[in-house]
Design a protein around this ligand. Structure first.
Ligand code: MG
Length: 173
């Protein structure tokens, strides 16, 4: 039987983004990596509802050298939230197949046809996440962190925090 999944974005969803002039940026070092509080139990509830839990993140600014820092961040996320997998793209080309909003990064997962996308969600804080959901034909939950940038597509749901986004999923069905 096909399973339902949740694709979480990382920065601004699981951990704080660094805001500069109204735009969000990924923390560049582990010491600046702050995970939002009180999400463990909520994410556990999603697991109990039989969702597969993935992170899909674009990290174009990390090169080979700085990847050690990035790995530390992802180890921490895995330890805390026990995701099924973290998919991370380092592509700098905005039109790359492997970068959100395109879906190449999770192509193997999609090929396996094990996921019912119509019952799955993308949770994110930027237009790329909403468009990623649109390309996957998943439902989109947009966390509005009041950045100075516009959306391309209309999200299915809009909320103000990750905790609210999870509530939307828990109340769905
Ligand atoms: Mg983000």
């Amino acid at each position: 039987m096909k399973k339902k999944a949740i694709f979480f974005d990382r920065d601004g969803v699981l951990n704080k983004s660094i805001k500069k002039k109204g735009k969000p940026f990924a923390p560049t070092s582990y010491s600046k990596f702050y995970i939002y509080k009180n999400l463990e139990k909520k994410i556990d509830k999603l697991r109990k509802k039989k969702y597969l839990l993935y992170v899909v993140t674009n990290q174009p600014d990390f090169n080979k050298k700085s990847k050690i820092e990035l790995n530390k961040m992802h180890q921490k996320l895995m330890k805390k939230f026990k995701f099924n997998k973290i998919f991370c793209s380092h592509d700098k080309n905005n039109f790359s197949k492997n970068k959100k909003p395109r879906t190449g990064l999770i192509r193997h997962l999609l090929k396996s046809k094990s996921i019912d996308l119509s019952k799955s969600f993308v949770v994110g804080d930027r237009w790329r996440d909403v468009d990623f959901a649109y390309n996957l034909k998943c439902k989109s939950i947009f966390i509005d962190r009041k950045y100075s940038e516009k959306l391309n597509n209309k999200p299915d749901y809009i909320c103000k925090s990750t905790s609210q986004a999870i509530n939307i999923i828990l109340n769905y069905e």
